[in-house]
Ligand binder design. Structure first.
Ligand code: PGA
Length: 239
């Protein structure tokens, strides 16, 4: 398993359902991973092994994993298979999976355990809707997601938390710096066991806002969707 504690910042590209061979070849020719940080590219599974892993501290990540380890589950890919292909990271519980594929905290917890058991670092995504934010329920919602989706075996060395407000994903909107810092500090202090966890921020990260967000004391890196598809922009974020 990758030693997370040696990195001060972690940047994860989430390509979602985007990319093709031509795109990938051009992308990896231009990608300039900063060796001081940890950079992860979460491409669609079929392309995971196309990452030119000749760059120090540049890793491949999956965007999801099966709930099951093996058996009659057509179309699924298990944590064990990802491990077999030397994949080091995997997103779990992204809001698009929660929303469009009915993922619950319970299934996210099982997937997270399966990944840890296979030496893959789960990046557990949590976040509130706009309605919840407006009703001042953010902390309550996050508290429930954390309590119900993070298994007891998760710790700062084998798991990452990503805070992604749902209303900020793909919208160009972000919380204020104060709001991000307050939420990250809440996540780390709500229970002593989360104190040393790496907590990433995600949602409309761009080259123009990433530096200020990443410089916040309790932000340990970013999860980047749309902007990670533009290699120059992503290079500038991770530099
Ligand atoms: P975005 O997506 O950067 O396009 O807002 C982030 C994500 O969904 O992980």
């Amino acid at each position: 398993m990758i030693k997370l504690s040696k990195f001060s910042s972690i940047f994860i590209a989430n390509w979602k359902l985007n990319g093709n061979i031509e795109f990938i070849e051009k992308y990896y020719q231009k990608l300039l991973a900063n060796p001081k940080n940890c950079t992860v590219v979460c491409s669609p599974n079929i392309y995971l092994n196309r990452l030119k892993n000749n760059n120090i501290n540049l890793f491949s990540g999956a965007q999801d994993v099966s709930l099951y380890n093996e058996g009659a589950y057509t179309g699924e890919i298990s944590a064990n298979m990802l491990n077999d292909e030397k994949i080091d990271f995997c997103l779990v519980g992204h809001s698009e999976r929660r929303q469009y594929f009915n993922e619950s905290n319970k299934t996210i917890k099982i997937k997270t355990s399966n990944l840890i058991n296979n030496n893959i670092i789960p990046v557990i995504c949590i976040g509130e809707t706009l309605e919840e934010k407006e009703k001042k329920l953010t902390k309550k919602v996050l508290d429930k997601q954390i309590n119900e989706s993070i298994p007891i075996e998760s710790n700062f060395e084998n798991s990452i938390i990503a805070y992604e407000p749902i209303w900020a994903i793909g919208t160009g909107l972000t919380p204020s710096l104060e709001e991000i810092e307050e939420v990250h500090s809440f996540i780390k202090t709500k229970n002593i066991r989360f104190n040393k966890f790496k907590v990433l921020y995600g949602g409309s990260i761009k080259a123009s806002n990433s530096k200020n967000i990443n410089n916040l004391p309790n932000v340990d890196g970013c999860l980047i969707g749309g902007s990670s598809l533009k290699v120059d922009e992503f290079n500038s974020i991770i530099s």
